[in-house]
Ligand binder design. Structure first.
Ligand code: GDG
Length: 490
């Protein structure tokens, strides 16, 4: 049976009763920016906010996040709050302000130059800087103060998101031990050998063990965490219960595979606006009967974009009969561009696209169209619907929602998903074509297989994929987390 928004609302009403429901994350779900004289509201390209927004729309409550939009301050009330979503307000966004120095040290420096590469096995070494770590701690305290203010003297359940806020639960409980906290770690948890190089590993582990419940996407990441705690920290690890006790308190460690709002995507995909977008894309790129491939990513070195381009190169070299008959759209929103590694990735992709197009282009045809900008949800849906195949080639990925969005948008039950084995999503989406992004020849063969797959097989696979995502949608994810907390005697 699949979970609905109403099921989740009902659960929250009965289980949370009159507790305040507070979500905390670094990234905010709606960013207000100045565009000329006007204030524009945009939805960031972030798997976390895309997944949490429908949950908040169902549950109501307060979402505390860093306000980094150029017009964010102009639009909030005196308590730094604003009701969202803009067209149908149903929950409160409470913005926290950070200085440039704090953003650099906590967000770019420690979160994304240390913890991000530490958690992903993508062969990019983390950079541990003591000053950044100090700022990281300071900013966690800023978030804790904002959360405590939102709680006031009420009972509360605080749902903390991700690796930016590893110390938050301890800081909240130091001032208000009644609060119940759960934290979801949206990226992989590495094995102990990888994690132990972090100079402040013990403090991070201890911070996370401030939570009553700690969630990861898959069992494998939970097991890595249990093992890391056992080896690095004074604690009692109960593998059978998947629980860790430290200082008289217990943290349950559980897998909760995150997902998307399947029914909403399915509904949105049928909108006239999306049909119009599809027409516009066909017209703009003069599409005929070519095979269309797509890749949609936040431009990040963990997403394996150069590996994908290598495979496309191999495919075109080995099967020249497909030259002129395939167009691959790489859509990418620039991300974390103040970090050198990300700038280097951007120029590497630029060079590779240039090289590939130069090598194979003939007449008006080029194999790769690279669109490096923020696209609207309707445009993304249009590309998802137009594609014969979608490539997700992450080197390591907690879940990957792009794969689940592709499946949800295919109301025609057609299209082939080529999916890296190294994503959390690969555990559930077993009817996708699995690839190892490092194995270029096999990857190129998977592209050929996707293009040549008979219609009945494509449809049979897509039908099964859709059943999986429909059943395991984002409401089930949130519902399972809240039910687990309720079992703790909430
Ligand atoms: C982290 C974990 C985990 C992309 N370009 C645009 C745009 N997007 C949207 C996609 C998708 C989201 O961004 C990316 O989500 P992912 O899940 O693929 O990746 P991360 O941001 O790395 O997310 C990941 C996730 O957290 C949730 O737990 O799955 O493993 O790394 O929704 O559609 N959205 C818009 N314009 C774009 O140009 N509007």
């Amino acid at each position: 049976m699949s979970w609905t928004k109403e099921d989740l609302q009902q659960l929250v009403k009965t289980k949370l009763a009159d507790r305040r429901f507070i979500v905390v994350s670094n990234r905010e779900p709606y960013i207000h920016i100045l565009s000329g004289d006007e204030i524009q509201c945009i939805i960031p390209a972030s798997g976390l906010t895309v997944a949490l927004d429908p949950v908040m729309q169902a549950c109501g409550g307060v979402w505390v996040a860093y306000g980094n939009g150029s017009a964010d301050r102009e639009i909030v009330d005196e308590k730094n709050r604003i009701s969202v979503p803009p067209d149908e307000p149903c929950y409160t966004l409470r913005r926290v302000w950070l200085t440039k120095e704090e953003e650099e040290g906590y967000y770019l420096g420690f979160s994304n130059e240390a913890l991000w590469p530490l958690s992903h096995i993508a062969y990019t070494p983390p950079n541990f800087d003591e000053n950044n770590w100090d700022i990281y701690k300071k900013v966690n305290q800023i978030f804790a103060d904002a959360v405590l203010e939102e709680i006031g003297d009420k009972q509360a359940f605080v749902f903390i998101q991700d690796y930016h806020l590893a110390l938050l639960s301890r800081m909240i409980k130091a001032k208000n031990p009644q609060v119940i906290t759960a934290q979801f770690w949206h990226i992989p948890w590495p094995n102990t050998e990888a994690f132990r190089i972090c100079p402040w590993g013990e403090e991070i582990l201890d911070g996370l063990l401030g939570n009553d419940l700690l969630g990861f996407h898959i069992r494998y990441h939970c097991d890595n965490f249990l093992e890391t705690a056992k080896r690095m920290l004074e604690s009692r690890v109960d593998n059978e219960r998947s629980a860790i006790s430290r200082g008289g308190r217990t943290t349950l460690v559980r897998p909760f595979p995150i997902s998307v709002d399947f029914s909403r995507i399915t509904r949105d995909a049928a909108e006239a606006e999306v049909e119009e977008e599809m027409e516009e894309i066909r017209r703009r790129w003069q599409l005929g009967d070519e095979f269309i491939g797509i890749g949609i990513d936040r431009l990040d070195y963990t997403k394996g974009i150069p590996h994908r381009l290598n495979a496309l190169n191999k495919f075109l070299a080995k099967y020249p009969e497909y030259r002129g008959r395939i167009i691959f759209f790489q859509l990418g929103e620039p991300s974390r561009v103040h970090i050198k590694k990300y700038r280097e990735l951007n120029s590497e992709i630029d060079d590779m696209v240039e090289e590939l197009n130069w090598k194979y282009q003939s007449g008006a045809w080029k194999p790769i169209v690279y669109i490096r900008e923020h696209l609207s949800p309707a445009t993304l849906l249009a590309f998802n619907k137009l594609a014969h195949f979608c490539i997700v080639s992450s080197l390591h990925d907690g879940m990957n929602l792009v794969a689940k969005e592709f499946v949800s948008s295919r109301t025609d039950e057609d299209g082939v998903l080529i999916l890296s084995r190294f994503t959390g999503a690969a555990r559930e989406l077993t009817e996708a074509l699995p690839i190892n992004p490092y194995a270029t020849d096999d990857f190129a063969e998977a592209i050929k297989r996707a293009i040549e797959m008979p219609k009945e097989q494509r449809q049979a696979r897509m039908k099964k994929l859709r059943q999986v995502v429909e059943e395991n949608n984002v409401y089930r994810w949130a519902g399972n987390i809240i039910s687990e907390l309720a079992n703790l005697g909430l």
